[in-house]
Design a binder for this molecule. Structure first.
Ligand SMILES: *[C@@H]1O[C@H](CO)[C@@H](O)[C@H](O)[C@H]1NC(C)=O
Length: 422
């Protein structure tokens, strides 16, 4: 039995479900403590509080009316219940921002808003809570990881045969997210045959940039044939897509949108994305504009990439010597002249709103074999060198005669290994 050499299973993935379960119980546990805390807070009579933020805490205290009558006290007790719910919501939103949109913030009774002292108590409580709890550091958003070390290692270890794509993606994404001020979204368009790793890289990005990976609030993935299958419903799809993009950008200061099978996306939906990719005039100084990454995945240009790569290999180049200079021009030309898809003629391509066209090279036998090995390792299954060869040989290789590239890349390898299990 071969010993695993590539650590494919990553701990964070395993931690995922357990973490959310623990999180689910935390609010219940803490609610009691929270009520206790609330009882210790001084009550603030309605009608006497200033506009929050308009007066300093000191002024506020001076202006505070004498302790109110019994009737007022009664009113206050009635409002405590709903007010405490607001505190709770506010608190849990600070600590678990991704839970916020599930919770309706109860409207406070007339004349009440979250008073300054309450706000401060909340802040100290949050601070205390975060002192032993893994909270969002420095007021940062804990949904966002931006682990470039992890991304770099994933691209190097788990992605096979894509020296161009891995370099381009890492450099572009890292550069974009580390730039202090950005005035536009980052738009990358992945091109290549199916099974070459376009989807895999998109997921890697989601996993390394966001705590919850592809399921993050800040990541939205759309598959044309799945989310927008019928052209006759395009108006409804437009509404939905517009809302999804706006909402996600509003809720997350760093969001990512993945469009799979973009060659099949309705032209009107492509147009709708145009404004989101255009450069914007930066807003007020110090206001961090939201960052947005768009990934467009398609097999457009896959064949031209393969042709170019094949002719370079035949001319004696090694695969790793192939650079963007060899592929960029033919790839862009091919995308623009493709007539069976709206993508090449869309505003996104015509007006240069796509930052980088990323070519995914067709995979060769040795890469497929590595994918087979990964599939065994990720399922913790024993394998032999013979099994790796046998499964890799099951794939179809093209072109006829030369049989150089796997026509399905590394697609559905994990299903194939089942045939070889004892
Ligand atoms: C980043 O990813 C690497 C590799 O997956 C992991 O070892 C490391 O703990 C991660 N760092 C953070 C801060 O999550």
């Amino acid at each position: 039995m071969a010993t695993p050499i590539l650590g494919c299973a990553r701990s964070r993935v395993a931690v995922g479900p357990g973490l959310s379960e623990a999180e689910a119980h935390r609010p219940v546990m803490l609610r009691g403590t929270f009520w206790l805390l609330l009882l210790l807070l001084p009550l603030h009579p309605p009608g006497t509080q200033g506009h929050r933020g308009a007066t300093s805490p000191g002024q506020e205290a001076e202006e505070q009316a004498p302790w109110p009558s019994i009737q007022l006290l009664q009113e206050q007790l009635m409002t405590v219940e709903s007010l405490s719910r607001r505190y709770w919501t506010s608190f849990s939103c600070t600590v678990w921002p991704d839970h916020c949109e599930d919770q309706e913030v109860p409207t406070p009774p007339l004349g009440w808003s979250l008073p300054v002292w309450g706000q401060r108590a909340l802040e100290s409580f949050t601070e205390w809570f975060c002192s032993f709890q893994d909270c969002c550091a420095d007021g940062g958003d804990c949904r966002i990881y931006n682990n470039f070390t992890g991304l770099e290692s994933d691209l190097r270890v788990r992605l096979h045969g894509q020296h161009l794509a891995s370099k381009l993606v890492l450099r572009a994404v890292r550069g974009y997210l580390e730039t202090p001020q950005v005035d536009k979204a980052l738009a990358l368009s992945f091109h290549g045959w199916s099974g070459t790793g376009k989807n895999f890289v998109a997921r890697m990005l989601a996993e390394n940039l966001y705590r919850d990976g592809i399921r993050s609030d800040c990541v939205k993935m759309f598959i044309s044939t799945f989310h927008f299958p019928h052209a006759k419903h395009v108006d409804m799809y437009k509404e939905e897509l517009r809302w999804q993009v706006q909402e996600t950008r509003r809720r997350c200061h760093q969001s990512m949108f993945i469009f799979d099978e973009v060659e099949k996306l309705h032209p009107e939906l492509l147009e709708l994305l145009g404004p989101h990719l255009e450069p914007r005039v930066p807003k007020a100084q110090g206001m961090e504009p939201p960052r947005t990454i768009f990934l467009f995945l398609s097999n457009l240009g896959g064949s031209i990439i393969s042709e170019e790569v094949l002719s370079l290999l035949k001319a004696g180049w090694s695969r790793e010597e192939i650079t963007m200079q060899h592929l960029e021009t033919p790839l862009q030309a091919e995308i623009m002249k493709s007539t069976d898809s709206g993508f090449g003629s869309s505003r996104l391509v015509k007006e240069n709103l796509i930052d980088i066209f990323v070519p995914f090279l067709p995979l060769e036998y040795c890469h497929v074999r590595l994918c087979v090995q990964d599939a065994f390792l990720s399922q913790d299954l024993p394998y032999t060198e013979e099994a790796l060869d046998e499964i890799a040989k099951m794939m179809t290789y093209v072109p006829e005669g030369e049989r150089r590239f796997s026509s399905q890349g590394c697609k559905s390898i994990s299903q194939r290994i089942n045939l070889f299990l004892p």
